[in-house]
Design a protein around this ligand. Structure first.
Ligand code: ADP
Length: 411
């Protein structure tokens, strides 16, 4: 996917998501406002009824509300009328003398301040009362009750839920796009690296064979051995390369299973070490074996364990800038067969150590130290270790070197 197209898609998506969230928020606010109005109308209707009942029946002969009201009756009348209008609440009720500026009655005297500022205030002039004072019945609703009643929860929760879903979907899509891009890049790098890795040994082998065809060289046994060694080395390198890619792909398949046999690991290590001897010697380095594990027999898949050893030694050599110094040791610890592959190479930073076992991961300075690779070797090694129910760990310091420790169960 082209960069401009990706930016375009993400922008459109972001715009759509933000608009959707805004619409949702506006809609929710509108719903709240409608339910606010409905609530106010219902309270108003209930109070109209309350006042008309007070006027017509109970207090017609009273001279002053303060002397004639049965306030408990007033409370229950209000609750009853509210309920008829769909409001199941017990508000604080007050009877206020507007001219005196004082309450003749309040159902909860500690909340008179609240009553004074309440918008639910209804003018009330009892028929027959000889007074020019202006009376009000005032209601105050508890904030929590009001919130629950006026804001139908279902809308609130649904809106929050939908906004949450939209946000999550947006993040997932962005991540998928980013992953897609990373995969594209990895694919391109993989093809470039593979071409390079295969082309180099082919060129080397063809050069060495040309040399061998030259009679003056083929008659000198030292030179001949050197070129035959080069051909064998490069051939082995290509074999393991192809093997690693093929086996790694196979292992990802569902039907993959190991071909387990009782294998002596020491000869496998010796064989791999032998195959690298010439390369290491040419670079002035050395490979040392300390094979102390006893027993050294394991239930293992010989092919994959060989490839594992080959990959770890190959990396140790590849990532040593000067003369490679490779130490391989084996021990038995707690009924586990432990192999350590130590090099004195360029090392791996702590941040990269977390990722090196991921497929296609290469340390980003990989091309700076001109070492080509696929980023597949260690992920394959980790797969092999896992299939053998073992563990792998790396201990590395930049500029000093790395030790890879593979531990496999003996039983
Ligand atoms: P690659 O084909 O790149 O060698 P690997 O999966 O074998 O792929 O290794 C992943 C990365 O880990 C490499 O790119 C390299 O940067 C780093 N690495 C692996 N082994 C070593 C080592 N012995 N010393 C330093 N860096 C290493």
């Amino acid at each position: 996917m082209k960069r401009w197209f990706r930016v375009f898609i993400i922008s459109i998506f972001a715009l759509a998501a933000v608009s959707l969230i805004l619409i949702q928020l506006t809609q929710t606010r509108r719903t709240f406002s409608i339910s606010d109005n409905m609530f106010n109308v219902s309270v108003s209707n209930a109070m109209d009824e309350v006042i008309s009942q007070l006027n017509s029946e109970v207090f017609q002969t009273a001279t002053h509300p303060a002397t004639s009201f049965n306030y408990q009756e007033l409370d229950s009348l209000i609750v009853e009328e509210l309920l008829i209008n769909g409001i199941d609440m017990h508000p604080i009720v007050g009877l206020y003398d507007g001219s005196q500026g004082s309450f003749l009655y309040s159902s909860d005297p500690s909340h008179e301040k609240k009553l004074e500022v309440s918008p639910y205030r209804y003018s009330f002039q009892p028929i027959g009362v000889v007074s020019s004072n202006q009376f009000y019945i005032i209601l105050a609703f508890r904030a929590a009750d009001l919130f629950l009643m006026r804001h139908p929860n279902i809308y609130l929760y649904m809106s929050i839920f939908l906004i949450f879903i939209i946000a999550i979907m947006f993040l997932i899509s962005i991540r998928t796009l980013a992953n897609q891009r990373k995969l594209d890049q990895m694919k391109t790098e993989f093809i470039n690296n593979m071409t390079h890795e295969i082309k180099t040994p082919i060129a080397t082998i063809s050069l060495a064979s040309e040399m061998l065809q030259d009679e003056t060289i083929s008659q000198d046994s030292a030179s001949r051995n050197n070129f035959v060694g080069i051909i064998a080395d490069e051939n082995q390198r290509m074999r393991v390369l192809v093997e690693t890619i093929l086996q790694s792909a196979k292992m990802a398949g569902k039907n993959f299973s190991l071909n387990l046999r009782t294998v002596d690991i020491h000869p496998l290590i010796e064989h791999v070490a032998q195959s690298f001897k010439l390369t290491i010697a040419n670079r002035g380095g050395s490979i040392n074996l300390h094979l102390d594990a006893d027993p050294s027999m394991l239930e293992a898949d010989e092919l994959h364990i060989s490839n594992l050893i080959y990959n770890l030694v190959d990396n140790g050599i590849k990532y040593s800038s000067g003369a490679p110094q490779i130490d391989i040791s084996t021990t038995v610890e707690d009924n586990r067969f432990v192999m350590r592959f130590q090099d004195h190479g360029i090392g791996i930073s702590k941040a990269d150590q977390k990722h090196i076992f991921e497929k296609f991961y290469r340390v980003s300075t990989g091309d700076v130290h001109t070492v080509k690779g696929f980023g597949i070797g260690l992920s394959y090694v980790a797969q092999v270790v896992k299939l053998h129910h073992g563990t792998i760990a790396v201990d590395s310091t930049e500029g000093i070197g790395s030790t890879f420790t593979v531990s496999l169960p003996i039983a």
